[in-house]
Design a protein around this ligand. Structure first.
Ligand SMILES: [Fe+2]
Ligand SMILES: [Fe+2]
Length: 196
């Protein structure tokens, strides 16, 4: 089984609003999207790359704001610092990719480098942080964390508007990754404020 299939199988064993299951499903989708970006061309490649960037923004913002504060307690400060550093390094590679033409000659090699950085980072999270959070938090706590992510996802401006689905313009992914991350963080904070 591929990593993505294993992640989906693991997520299927958890309640659908469990933070660990939601993050595992996002890891699976990221791995699939990398393959889809590699395989597509032209407007489709740009749209898939936009989808990957938007998913990464919501995912990394959720890990930063929802998972990592708990992981710090359960897996240790050093662990959390290492994961944050990997995310920063991946962000630097992504910034280089964003300056390239997706149909240009250098893009594929850089995309492969980025895929490896993101994949290794996800592997480390699944080996270190996720088990620590699973063991250290009750199911109720993990579902509460998952609900924060789901609330943010409903309002995340990094998501396509239903009316825009099918549009290759992909207005919802406009701007560099850093600004997508800011919008994703705002969506999580906004979701927290609107609770209840
Ligand atoms: Fe991460
Ligand atoms: Fe992750």
């Amino acid at each position: 089984m591929s990593n993505a299939a294993l992640e989906r199988a693991e997520a299927a064993k958890l309640p659908e609003d469990d933070i660990i299951g939601l993050l595992l499903t996002q890891h699976a989708r990221m791995r699939e999207l990398f393959a889809e970006v590699h395989l597509s061309l032209g407007d489709e490649k740009k749209a898939k790359f936009g989808e990957l960037r938007a998913l990464l923004a919501v995912h990394e913002a959720a890990e930063e704001m929802i998972l990592r504060p708990v992981a710090k307690r359960e897996a240790g400060e050093g662990e959390a610092d290492s994961r944050n550093e990997e995310e920063e390094e991946a962000g630097r590679i992504l910034a280089e990719l964003e300056r390239m033409d997706p149909d240009g000659s250098q893009f594929e090699a850089k995309l492969t480098e980025f895929e490896k950085a993101v994949g290794d980072h996800a592997d480390h999270e699944e080996r270190e942080e996720f088990p620590a959070v699973r063991d250290g938090c009750s199911q109720e706590q993990r579902r509460k964390m998952g609900k924060r992510l789901l609330r943010a996802e409903r309002t995340a401006p990094t998501h396509p508007h239903p009316a825009a689905t099918g549009s290759s313009a992909a207005q919802w992914t406009v701007g560099p990754f850093a600004s997508l991350m800011d919008r994703a963080r705002d969506a999580i904070a906004g979701g927290d404020r609107s609770r209840g």
